[in-house]
Design a protein around this ligand. Sequence first.
Ligand code: MN
Length: 728
Amino acid sequence: MPPRLEGLPPARIMDIVDLVEEYASGHTDLVTRAYIYTAKVHRGQSRLSGEPYVSHPLEVARILAIMRQDPETVAAGILHDTVEDTAATIEEINHLFGDHVAELVDGVTKLARLDNSNARARQAENYRKMLVAMSHDIRVILIKLADRLHNAMTLEYLPSGRRERIARETAQIYAPLANRLGIGWLKGALEEIAFRHLHPVEYAEIDDKLKEGFADRKAFLEETESLVCDSLSQAGLKAEISARFKLHSSIHRKMREQKIDFHQVFDISGLRIIVEELKDCYAVLGHLHTLWKPIPGRFKDYIALPKANLYQSLHTTVMGARGQRLEFQIRTREMHQMAEQGIAAHWRYKEEDEDDDSFDKFEWLRRIVESLQEETDPKDLVDSVRLNLFPDEVFVFTPNSEVRRFPRGATPVDFAYSIHSEIGHHCVGARVNGRIVPLNTLLENGDVVEILTNPHRTPGRDWLKFIVTPRAKQQVRAWVRQEQRLRSTDLGRELLELELNRFKADAATHLTDDRLEGAAGELNQQNKEDLLVSVGFGRLSAREVIHCLLPKEVVQGYEKREKSAIRRLVQRVGGKSLKAILVKGQDDVLIRFAKCCDPIPGDPIIGFITRGKGVTVHSQMCASVQDFSGDHERLVDVAWGQEKKDEMHTVTLAVEAVDRPGILAGLSSVIASCESNISRIEAESHHDRAGIRLDVQVHDLDHLNDVLKKARDVKGVLSVLRVAPQTR
Ligand code: MN
């Protein structure tokens, strides 16, 4: 039994009310009502110990009251299992006990889900952080710790499997958490109980040895204590001295860590000296060192250099009377309170007239937080009593209850890539807490995430817009690059086939692997794949490659004829049924639409190879195409492939109309009736004429023709023409 709770009778509601009344008067009603409600909803339930269930929430509430927590926290402690284990709802709690109590109960209920997962040892740190991150209010953690302490204290009633699991979790998760929060007594209590259950043999051994030497040690401590007491008062130093005994679990840890046996642990017991002021700590230390010889290397100044959980104290070991070593801990009352209660001391209930230096409170919290994690921005924390210690991180579960940590903003795709690149590449959806969600859903603390895959699906380029982890980004980019390479290999091969066609040469004969490797060598390409990629990307022209593939005479003969023949581009495209490259999606980097004419599906088109950019698709009517016509080798035939149905293209229309009211309204309503949208309007009027430019969104040429036809029918409209895009 932890020292603080030692010898206490079972908790009754009146004890709790009395405890709370001592430090916060006038809240009896809230605490009592919480009890009556809890007793009612848990009625008929009992603990494995055979006691009525309500005994557990009462014990939890008493621990919180002993820690002097505010009445709402104590009430929430009484109510903490009602939503999890009975028909009670959070709405009802809210209605009966108010927002604050309900939020605390809700927080504890959410954490209860964590208890049902198997935290593995190596994940203890993540798990702990998750626990903290999920509790937006520090008081939720305090309730959780009190709950765990009482459950641990009654472990002997559980079957051995569960008992061991809870003991292990207590040692790995809850004791370190209490330690981080600086609540020394609670950390000690949790560790001690866990140790007793996990290592009963070692516990009994240490216990026997402690009992063996107890009388001697006690006598020695009392003797030394009175000596120190007299000596300090003669020196005019005011101090309180008490004996302290090391816990079984700490003795065991020390023996294990330092590979020593029981008799070599010199601080099994010691004396603690509590003074009023900081300077007295050092004065007392100096005084002790004049009484006894300090043992070199055993002095520690945790006042100048506090521990990570802000523990402060001076420790020294001296060679005491009878040659016995003795450790002293020296600290101020304030430091002592911090060592025992840690963060709980700061959330302790304070009467209004008590000084509450809230600046200090947050300063202290800020330091705790910094010690927990350095990058955390303190601004986020100093938000009343709420805190979110890890605002930049989210902790989620795999279906096997492993905890995984992600940067905030992470999505199921990030999660999928964290498991395996193949899972990432083929993920098609996710189930979060059992519900199917879109891939760009933001993950929240405590989510259970399951990824749905389909071997035939591949990453979407749009994933790059929402994924946040470097691993996922890198994997998607690599995939996109690989895909582009494949696409440009195909495109390069197609371009070469088209070009060979022009020379009446046969692809099967000339585009063999050997010939391509040969051409690659001549053109300084690594290999045939690189050669094809270069052609696909437009870094090399198909004609340059043809020069290497075909005999000189053939190429020269053709080029002569080509120069002499006046070949109008449009004729060539229209007249011959050459195989054309299919233009598929708009987002294809190797095939882009020219800004100057911006063709839409259905428009007659022609492709132009631009160095480093692949194929640019122009409308055949585009003025700039005429400029390229001398540059035959760079022109390629293209044709519209299967378009994505939902793709919209912008087209600019020039409308001439009679300037009269309602003309714009008429136009926009017919355009809307065609299921097109207007994305920009510019209008000007001269005399009685209005000139209007509209950017409209259409699927393809048919759709555009429909829009044009209806727009021309609007009353007052004189003409509607499609014009080249200008400055959009
Ligand atoms: Mn409980």
